[in-house]
Design a protein around this ligand. Structure first.
Ligand code: ATP
Length: 784
C-alpha cells in the first residue's frame, strides 16, 4: 500500500528550507501540549532518518502501518501509527483474523507475526542437498589398528571388543594410546568432538594400574609380608572436568572399564563435585579412592580442608575440556591445585626411584606425575593452561585425511581450520526475524518429529536458564493443537531418507508414562518426552533429567544451556538446534558436537536474525566445515513443513496456523500471571545474555541491533518493551534489565565470555561468585 494511505493525526510543518519542523501546539493543559510537541518531534526525526535511508529500529508499537486489512506493509517500510484508529478497534483478544494486528482492552497491541519483519540481506540460494561425507571421528575401519596392537592388555582389549562392542580404535586412540602406555611424558591431546578422547586417556591409566601385582610387599618392608591391593593402596589419578555432568560421565566410563573380567576390580573410583554433600564426600575419601574425578572448585576445597585426602602418590593429573576450564576463569584454581599436588608429592624431584619409600610392585606406573590436557580446540587459553601445567609435553592429535591436510595448508599458519566439526555432521542455518522465532522453533521441532524413527533425540540450546524454563513450559502446554498433527500428511523432509512410520505402528506405541524428570509435549508429538537442563536446577533434578533423556525409548528433546555443550556423550542425538547463538565460535563447535559422534550421522541447525547476525555464516560457520557440509534452510520451507497440514497448503494457510498457535500462547500469558512473569524474565535474561557475546563477535551479535519489541513478541508478550516488568531486573528494555553491563539476575552459565586477559577473567568470576551468593543458587561450575 502506498504511503498516502497513512492516517497522520498531526500536521508536520516545513521550515523555510523545506525541512520539517515541529508544529507548536497551543491551548489546553501544558502537559498535553508538551506531550504533543514531543510526539511531533519524534515522528519528524523518524521521517528524516527514513529520508536518509536509515532503517527504523524503534519498534512496531509506534510504527505499525494502519492498513485496514493486514495492518502492515509488506515492504516493511516505516509508517506512522495512528493511535486514534487503534483505540477504535474492539478488543477481541485475538479472535479476528490471526494475521491482522489487533488491540486489546489493556491497551496492549497484538501485532501481526508476518508484517514489519526485516528481510535477509543475503541472496537466498537454492537449498542444496548436503552431500554425505565419510565420518572423521569413527572407529578405524581400514584394519590399521586393533586395541591389542596399540599395546593394551589382552584382557582389556577383549573387554572393549566383546563387552563394550567397540570393534576398533578411533584415530586419536591409535595415535595416543601407544605413547601414553609406554612413556611418562605429559601430553596435550586434541581431537574432534565425539572422537573418543575419554577412552584415549582412561585406557592407558587402567592398563598400567592393571599391570600392578595384585599382591605387593607390605609397606612395612621388615616384615616381608605381602598385602593385597585395596582402595587404600593410594590415589593414583585425578581427573578434572568443568561440569558435574561430565564428571559423572567420566566416572561411569571408568567404572565400565574397571569391571572387566580379570580386571583390576579392587580399584575404587570416586567423584567429588559441587552440589553434593561435602560430608559424605569426605567420608568416601576417608575410606579410600584410587581414581578421583572432580570439578576444580570442589577438588581444591578438599585438598585444602580434607586431611584424609592423600595426594602424595598421584601419578596422573588429567584436565578434560581444558579450554572450558580456562573460559570459566579457573586458571587460579587450577594453579592452586597444581601447587598443592607439587607440595604434597612424595615423588622426589618428580621422579620415582626405588628405595625412596615407593612401594615395590609399582614399577608399571609412571615414574613421575604425568599431566594430560584434553581439548577439542586449540585456543590461546588452552595453550596458557598448557604452559602452567605441562612439562615437555607431547602434542598428540589424530592423523588427518589428505583433503584436510591440503585444506589446512591452504589456510596457512594461524589459519582458521584449527578445529573442524566431524565431516558427516550436516549443518544448516535458518534466517528468522525476531517476531517469528517462537513459531520458527515450533516448526523446526514439528518437522524434526514428522518421522519419529528418524529423529528420536533433539537438543535445543538457549542462552540462559530463564529462557529454558519459559520454553519448557510453552512446549509442554496441553492446549488445543492449533497446527493439527502434521506428522501424517505433510510432505517429507528433504533431508530425511528414512521410511515413514506407518499410522498403525504409531498407534501401537503408548504415550510416555509419568516421569518426574521430564514432561510430555503432546503438541509436538504424542509420544514425545521433553527434558530441561541448566545450572540453576538442583543437582538431583539435573542428574535425573539427563538419565531420562539418555535412557528413554521415546522421542525426546532436551532444552538446555551451554551446561550440556561440553563433553557430554548423549547417545543417538540426531539434531542439535541452536535457537540462541553460541557465545563464542568454540561453543558453537562443542554444541553441534553433541551429535554425529563416533561416526554416527547428525544434523545441526542454527537460528540467525536477518541483518548483522548473518555475518556469522562467513565469519564462523563456513570456516569449520568441509565443502558441501553447510547449507541454508529456507524459513518458508520450515514453516510449510511445520505448520502445513497437507502438501498443497498455500502460504496463507500455514501463516494463519502459525499465527493462531502464537495467539494461543499470547492469550495464555495474558490469563496466567505466572507464565507472563516467566516470559518477561526470559526476555530480560535473553537480552542480558546477548550482551555477553565475545568481543570479537560483538559486530555480529550487537545488542543495539536487537528489536526489543519484536523479541518480546517471540516470548509471547504483548506489552511495549518499556512496560515489560522483568522480575528482579527492573522494568522494560529501557530499564535496568536492558542495560548492557548490568548483569543483575544473570545465571552463571551466561558468563561464558572468554574476555581477554586475566583481570577480565577475574572480574567475570567475581560477578559470578557474587550472583551465586545473592541468588543462593547452585552453580554447576562450583565457582562459589
Ligand atoms: N573405539 C571406539 N569405537 C566406537 N565407539 C567409541 C570408540 N571410542 C569411543 N567411542 C564412543 O564414542 C563416543 C564419544 O566418545 P567421547 O565422549 O570420549 O568423545 P570426545 O572426543 O571426548 O568428545 P567431546 O570432545 O565432545 O568431549 C562415546 O559414546 C564412546 O563410547
Amino acid at each position: 500500500m502506498a504511503d498516502d494511505s497513512m492516517i497522520v493525526n498531526f500536521d508536520i510543518g516545513l521550515d523555510a528550507f523545506g525541512a520539517q519542523t515541529a508544529p507548536k501546539y497551543k491551548g489546553g493543559k501544558w502537559t498535553d501540549r508538551a506531550k504533543a510537541n514531543k510526539m511531533a518531534k519524534h515522528y519528524i526525526r523518524k521521517d528524516a532518518s527514513k529520508a536518509a535511508g536509515k532503517t527504523d529500529g524503534t519498534g512496531e508499537f509506534n510504527v505499525v502501518k494502519a492498513t485496514p486489512d493486514t495492518g502492515g506493509s509488506k515492504s516493511g517500510e516505516y509508517q506512522a501509527y495512528d493511535r486514534s484508529l487503534k483505540r477504535k478497534r474492539g478488543d477481541n483478544g485475538g479472535a479476528q483474523k490471526p494475521n491482522a494486528p489487533q488491540s486489546t482492552k489493556n491497551g496492549e497491541f497484538v501485532s501481526s507475526l508476518w508484517t514489519q519483519n526485516p528481510e535477509s540481506a543475503a541472496v537466498v540460494e537454492e537449498e542444496v542437498e548436503r552431500e554425505d561425507q565419510a565420518p572423521t571421528n569413527a572407529p578405524l575401519s581400514d584394519g590399521s589398528a586393533t586395541f591389542t596392537t596399540l599395546g593394551l592388555s589382552p584382557v582389556l582389549a577383549n573387554h572393549l571388543t566383546m563387552k563394550l562392542g567397540l570393534k576398533a580404535p578411533t584415530a586419536i586412540q591409535k595415535s595416543a594410546i601407544p605413547e601414553l602406555i609406554t612413556t611418562d611424558s605429559d601430553a596435550f591431546i586434541q581431537a574432534e568432538t565425539g572422537s573418543g578422547k575419554t577412552l584415549t586417556y582412561l585406557l592407558p591409566i587402567v592398563n598400567r594400574i592393571m599391570s600392578l601385582s595384585k599382591m605387593r610387599p607390605s609397606v612395612d618392608t621388615e616384615s616381608g609380608k605381602k598385602e593385597a591391593m585395596t582402595r587404600n593402596s593410594g590415589l593414583y589419578a585425578i581427573i578434572i572436568a568443568p561440569t558435574r555432568e561430565l564428571s559423572r560421565q567420566i566416572l561411569s566410563v571408568m567404572t565400565t572399564l574397571i569391571h572387566c573380567k580379570n580386571g583390576p576390580q579392587w580399584i575404587v573410583p570416586g567423584v567429588v563435585i559441587g552440589g553434593e554433600k561435602k560430608k559424605s564426600e569426605k567420608a568416601r575419601l576417608r575410606k579410600g579412592i584410587n581414581i578421583l574425578v572432580a570439578t576444580p572448585g570442589r577438588l581444591l576445597d578438599h585438598l585444602e580442608n580434607t586431611e584424609s585426602l592423600d595426594v602424595s602418590r598421584v601419578r596422573w593429573l588429567i584436565m578434560d575440556e581444558g579450554d572450558r576450564l580456562m573460559e570459566l576463569g579457573l586458571e587460579e584454581t587450577i594453579g592452586s591445585i597444581l601447587a598443592i599436588l607439587e607440595k604434597k608429592s612424595k615423588l622426589p624431584n618428580g621422579t620415582l626411584e626405588r628405595g625412596t619409600g615407593v612401594p615395590a610392585g609399582e614399577e608399571a606406573l609412571p615414574k613421575r606425575r604425568v599431566t594430560m590436557l584434553c581439548s577439542a580446540t586449540m585456543k590461546t587459553n588452552v595453550q596458557r593452561l598448557g604452559e602452567i601445567s605441562l612439562k615437555e609435553a607431547l602434542y598428540i592429535k589424530a592423523e588427518k585425511s589428505a583433503e584436510d591436510t591440503e585444506a589446512d595448508n591452504a589456510a596457512g599458519e594461524g589459519g582458521e581450520r584449527g578445529f573442524m566439526a566431524p565431516a558427516q555432521l550436516k549443518q544448516s542455518y535458518v534466517v528468522v526475524p525476531s517476531k517469528l522465532r517462537l513459531v520458527g522453533l515450533n516448526a523446526v521441532l514439528k518437522r524434526a518429529f514428522i518421522r519419529p524413527t528418524a529423529c528420536p533425540r533433539v537438543i535445543v540450546f538457549f542462552s540462559c536458564s530463564d529462557s529454558v524454563d519459559f520454553h519448557y513450559e510453552i512446549f509442554s502446554r496441553k492446549g488445543a493443537d492449533a497446527t493439527g498433527d502434521s506428522s501424517d500428511d505433510s510432505s517429507p523432509d528433504d533431508n530425511d531418507n528414512s521410511e515413514p512410520v506407518p499410522k498403525d505402528e504409531k498407534k501401537k506405541k503408548k504415550p510416555p508414562t509419568a516421569n518426574p524428570a521430564a514432561v510430555s509435549a503432546p503438541l509436538l508429538h504424542p509420544l514425545l518426552l521433553l527434558h530441561k537442563l541448566h545450572g540453576s536446577l538442583p543437582q538431583p533434578v539435573r542428574t535425573a533429567a539427563l538419565a531420562s533423556f539418555i535412557n528413554t525409548k521415546h522421542p525426546s528433546i532436551l532444552f538446555c544451556t551451554d551446561v550440556a555443550a561440553r563433553g557430554l556423550d548423549l547417545p543417538n542425538v540426531d539434531l542439535v538446534v541452536q535457537y540462541d547463538p553460541p557465545f563464542s565460535k568454540d561453543d558453537h563447535l562443542h554444541r553441534i558436537g553433541r551429535t554425529a559422534r563416533a561416526g554416527r550421522e547428525g544434523r545441526a541447525i542454527m537460528f540467525l536474525l536477518p541483518g548483522p547476525e548473518e555475518g556469522y555464516v562467513d565469519a564462523v560457520l563456513k570456516k569449520g566445515v568441509r565443502e558441501g557440509q553447510l547449507g541454508r534452510t529456507d524459513i518458508n520451507d520450515v514453516f510449510k513443513k511445520g505448520f502445513g497440514a497437507c502438501k498443497n497448503d498455500k502460504k496463507r494457510d500455514w501463516e494463519d496456523k502459525a499465527s493462531e498457535w502464537h495467539l494461543d500462547i499470547e492469550r495464555w500469558l495474558l490469563e496466567d500471571v505466572r507464565m507472563k512473569s516467566l516470559g518477561a524474565k526470559a526476555w530480560g535474561s535473553h537480552i542480558r545474555a546477548y550482551t555477553t557475546h565475545v568481543s570479537a563477535e560483538k559486530g555480529i551479535f550487537n545488542h543495539k541491533a536487537l528489536h526489543y519489541g519484536h523479541l518480546a513478541k517471540s516470548f509471547g508478550l504483548r506489552d511495549k518493551p518499556g512496560d515489560i516488568k522483568v522480575p528482579g531486573g527492573g522494568q522494560g528494555a529501557g530499564g535496568e534489565a536492558g542495560k548492557q553491563g548490568k548483569k543483575r539476575g544473570l545465571d552463571t552459565e551466561e558468563i561464558s565470555e572468554p574476555l581477554p586477559g586475566n583481570e577480565a577473567m577475574k572480574k567475570m568470576r567475581k560477578i559470578a561468585q557474587a550472583m551465586v551468593k545473592r541468588k543462593g543458587m547452585s552453580s554447576e561450575f562450583n565457582l562459589g
